[in-house]
Design a protein around this ligand. Structure first.
Ligand SMILES: *[C@@H]1O[C@H](CO)[C@@H](O)[C@H](O)[C@H]1NC(C)=O
Ligand SMILES: *[C@@H]1O[C@H](CO)[C@@H](O)[C@H](O)[C@H]1NC(C)=O
Length: 250
């Protein structure tokens, strides 16, 4: 009886699995011209429990498997609802549980704290195309941290990241005489070598006036943390027009 029920359910669910489509909400997806697909930052984080446990808690019936950058696999249904089949309403509690345990398996990385912040207003590169390989690449990491922090989970780093990963494995290198050139170049965050890392991050010292034109953007604090006020890629006029108060531009 039960197995008949199951095979009926499977039979009915076939059309849905063939036309794989992201159900629930569209967080961490983008329209690629044909359909909604996951962004790279949808799956850029790690699950906080093992991947194997997440796959048991959040099984997928989609023929495409689990969410991956650029695919349109249906989000495992338990990631966002208590219902048994889609379309189903989003249950905030289910989503919250998925976010804290299995954000990667559910394709929700982009809305976890480390991935959920504004990027620079005028980033030097297209934040939406950044891949996981770039997030780990010493040549890219420091640029991404100031311009596209949300792409690599750098939101709470104030624009200051180590260029290479794993500096913190051995913090004694920060003091080692023969390692100074290396750590200045590669372990800026771990060894405290980012410019003006004391005080308010990324805000230059005051100018000659004592009042400033009001900020026109409400995101200035976050942008300042990501280097907006000091990044010479922006003109002084641009900084002033958005964040005169936060950046203290007369
Ligand atoms: C993201 O999820 C929230 C809550 O489920 C929803 O209100 C919002 O519309 C979603 N955003 C997108 C782009 O789907
Ligand atoms: C959109 O993504 C789907 C699934 O990965 C792919 O088959 C399709 O070719 C993509 N469309 C464009 C215009 O890139």
């Amino acid at each position: 009886m039960f197995s008949i029920l199951v095979s009926c359910l499977l039979a009915f669910s076939v059309p849905q699995t063939v036309f794989a489509e992201i159900g629930g909400d569209l967080n961490c997806t983008q329209y690629n011209g044909t359909m909604f697909v996951y962004t790279p930052s949808a799956v850029a984080c790690s699950n906080s429990i093992s991947d194997a446990s997440c796959e048991v808690l959040y099984p997928t019936e989609d023929e495409l498997g689990y969410p991956a950058a650029g695919n349109s696999a249906g989000r495992p249904i338990a990631c966002f609802t208590t219902a048994a089949e889609t379309p189903a309403p989003v249950d905030p509690d289910m989503k919250k549980a998925a976010l804290s345990n299995c954000a990667k398996t559910c394709g929700f990385c982009c809305i976890t704290d480390d991935y959920n912040c504004p990027n620079a207003q005028f980033p030097r590169l297209n934040c939406a195309t950044i891949t996981n390989a770039q997030c780990l690449d010493p040549n890219w990491r420091t640029i991404i941290a100031t311009d596209c922090p949300s792409a690599c989970g750098f939101c709470n780093q104030g624009g200051c990241v180590d260029a290479v990963v794993d500096c913190a494995n051995d913090r004694s290198i920060c003091q080692s005489v023969g390692m100074q050139e290396f750590v200045n170049q590669n372990c800026q965050r771990t060894c405290g070598r980012c410019g003006s890392s004391t005080g308010s991050p990324g805000v230059p010292g005051g100018g000659s006036c004592s009042t400033y034109q009001a900020d026109s953007s409400s995101s200035c604090t976050a942008w300042a943390g990501n280097g907006f006020c000091t990044n010479t890629f922006y003109t002084e006029a641009q900084r002033k027009s958005f964040c005169a108060t936060t950046c203290r531009i007369c």
